[in-house]
Design a binder for this molecule. Structure first.
Ligand SMILES: [Zn+2]
Ligand SMILES: [Zn+2]
Length: 282
């Protein structure tokens, strides 16, 4: 199983991405949480364009990626799990938990460190939220995330198969919890006790800073509950939740070149009309 996953790595990634994109986009069209107002083509082109630009940048700047680091550390016996020759049955779940906690902490850091927020606000500037928002990250944020993940993989000695499973699961979960779909309330509540649901992550895309600085998790909902960043519902209810950043309204965030330039644009504007104006003069 492990060797099948590793030899067909690219096919596994593309199959999950393409399959879920088709499935969730169809679900969004059939029963949307909120009808789309903006031209879908422009948003999708920009969000998917940012994703391609990020993949190309990582390919050139960090070609080994997290998987390359994991394979190298396994051969050289570098990292915590490789020191103890830990069985995969132990190192795999522990690695998945550790990487999920790392991604939670990294996401919080991208909100609180002004230089990181300049990059991460590209994700939040999307004025609507759907399955493509899951891949709307500035290429520099993708590069920084990869660098952090590579360091963690080396330190822990994460098995290569765990890297692949984590990256595919994170991608799939991000697509699910950004999707513009409605879940039956009972199912939503049960799912949310374990994983991050669309209703939970949507609060993280609120224009209000006291809401978008909450619900940082991508996979397990555990971390937000454990570290006091869990927000159950938005102020005024889900039907009044406003998505995006107030500073960047209109068509600009749906343009690719504007989105690529956003980290370098004048950052003096507050990004929320409500409490807690964010200082962006980093
Ligand atoms: Zn965020
Ligand atoms: Zn998001």
């Amino acid at each position: 199983m492990q060797s099948f996953l590793l030899t067909h790595e690219l096919a596994v990634r593309l199959a999950f991405f393409g399959g879920l994109l088709a499935l969730l986009a169809t679900w969004e069209l059939a029963t949307p949480w909120r009808p789309s107002v903006l031209p879908r083509l422009a948003r999708w082109r920009t969000n998917l364009g940012l994703s391609v630009a990020g993949a190309v940048l990582v390919r050139f700047a960090l070609p080994a990626a997290a998987m390359g680091v994991a394979l190298w550390c396994e051969v050289k016996e570098i990292g915590l799990f490789n020191q103890f020759d830990a069985p995969v049955a132990l190192s795999l779940p522990l690695s998945l938990l550790a990487l999920d906690l790392l991604i939670y902490a990294q996401h919080a850091a991208f909100h609180y460190v002004p230089l990181f927020w300049r990059m991460h606000r590209v994700h939040h500037a999307d004025p609507e939220i759907d399955v493509t928002t899951a891949v709307r990250f500035h290429p520099l944020e993708i590069l920084a995330s990869m660098g952090i993940k590579m360091a963690a993989v080396a330190a822990l000695g994460v098995p290569p198969v765990a890297v692949l499973i984590f990256e595919v699961a994170l991608n799939a979960m991000a697509m699910f919890n950004h999707s513009n779909v409605k879940l039956p309330p009972r199912i939503e509540r049960s799912l949310r006790s374990v994983i991050v649901t669309p209703d939970m992550h949507r609060i993280h895309h609120s224009v209000r800073r006291d809401e978008h600085d909450m619900n940082f998790g991508f996979n397990l909902s555990l971390w937000d509950r454990a570290f006091g960043t869990y927000r159950e519902s938005p102020q005024g209810g889900a039907e009044n939740l406003r998505i995006g950043l107030d500073a960047y309204k209109g068509a600009e965030p749906t343009r690719l070149f504007w989105s690529l330039a956003l980290p370098f644009l004048d950052g003096a504007r507050p990004d929320t009309a409500s409490d807690g104006q964010r200082q962006e003069n980093a």
